[in-house]
Ligand binder design. Structure first.
Ligand code: IPM
Ligand code: MN
Length: 352
């Protein structure tokens, strides 16, 4: 099969982890007789430096033409510490999500048997955890009206949702639940927020179309607690943009490292695959970042974007093998030898 993939390495550790995913994908292509055509494109601070724009039109065109986008990370400390910056790398990510219509962000959380004791949470709490967040990605407070008034003394961000936005996200949640344990949790703050009441009312009205799915409605604060207490009690969770952002970082603690969790963003145009971690600026260029979240995002890409389940399984198997053999970066190595980012990538490619 011919696979055209746009490669957006981005900032910080992005280029380093992306390089390992490329090694792995190329090894898969050789093994399974595919031809991958990589098209690199600029995004984030790297794009601002090059052309003053964090998601240039040229990058968008490349993404539109590609069969899938593999993305690293975005963000740079020089902008984090400058609240007055007019252009920020993160705007590139948001613009990209919006322009590609990526309204659903699929973030699985699972454990690796060989890493259970790496999690700060007790084994008996987390063993067997296998849940998926469906985070709404192109609406809510991220995209609502925002600004300053009263000579800059008052700031506001608005959370807005339309029924149609809730329906298209919830539909994906119901459909995913049907392929799993038929359990869906709608996470909201309907005791306080009007947008949450719209979410709840809309999802409730959809229940009749999926009679086999058991739906629960839980407040986000309670979910934040139960997620680390009884993660096993969840299967598919749907939620709005900001709640999803926060809860999926929290959930990554279950797996033992943020450097492990992949994600897929899907919607109207080309789908995008990216690790849930950020640009980890302190580690930039040190060859120490964990590449596995990006490698596992590539596995999601093979399975979901190309329908190549065997290739995806091969990637997941070799990742499990690397973990079992202790071929891991410093976030997971404990007292044992820490391997470099590039060494982990080489090992994975060789062992495929
Ligand atoms: C994520 C990130 C982004 C978000 C940032 C970098 C804008 O934290 O993908 O979760 O908040 O969506
Ligand atoms: Mn986040």
């Amino acid at each position: 099969m011919k696979l055209n993939i746009a490669l957006l390495a981005g900032d910080g550790i992005g280029p380093e982890v992306i390089a390992q995913a490329v090694k792995v994908c190329d090894a898969i292509a050789t093994k399974f007789n595919h031809e991958i055509n990589w098209t690199p494109a600029l995004t984030g601070a790297a794009a601002i430096d090059a052309c003053g724009e964090p998601y240039p039109d040229e990058t968008h065109e490349i993404c539109l033409k590609a069969d899938a986008v593999l993305f690293g990370s975005i963000g740079h400390p020089k902008y984090d510490n400058d609240p007055s910056a007019k252009v920020r790398p993160e705007q590139g990510l948001l613009k990209m999500r919006k322009k590609l219509g990526l309204f659903a962000n699929i973030r699985p959380t699972f454990t690796f048997p060989s890493l259970i004791d790496n999690s700060p949470l007790k084994r008996e709490r987390i063993e067997g955890t296998d849940l998926v967040f469906l985070r709404e990605l192109t609406g809510g407070i991220y995209f609502g009206e925002k600004g300053r008034k009263d000579d800059g003394e008052t700031a506001f961000d608005t959370c807005t949702y339309t029924r149609a936005e809730v329906i298209r996200l919830a539909k994906k949640g119901f459909e995913l639940a049907m392929t799993r344990s038929k359990k869906l949790c709608c996470v909201d703050k309907a005791n306080v927020l009007e947008t949450s009441r719209l979410w709840r009312e809309t999802v409730q009205a959809m229940e009749k179309d999926y009679p086999e799915v058991t739906v629960s409605y839980e407040f986000v604060d309670a979910v934040a607690m139960r997620l680390v207490q009884w993660p096993n009690s969840y299967d598919v969770l749907i939620t709005e943009n900001l709640f999803g952002d926060i809860l999926t970082d929290e959930a990554s603690v279950i797996s033992g490292s943020m450097g492990l969790m992949p994600s897929a963003s899907v919607g109207e145009k080309t789908s995008l695959y990216e690790p849930i971690h950020g640009s980890y600026p302190q580690a930039t260029g040190l060859d120490i970042a964990n590449p596995l979240a990006t490698v596992l995002s590539a596995a999601m890409m093979f399975e979901d974007a190309f329908g190549l389940a065997e290739e995806a399984a091969a990637i997941r198997n070799v990742v499990n093998k690397s973990l079992e053999n202790g071929i891991v970066t410093e976030d997971l190595s404990g007292k044992n030898k820490a391997y470099k980012t590039s060494e982990v990538g080489n090992w994975l490619a060789e062992n495929l």
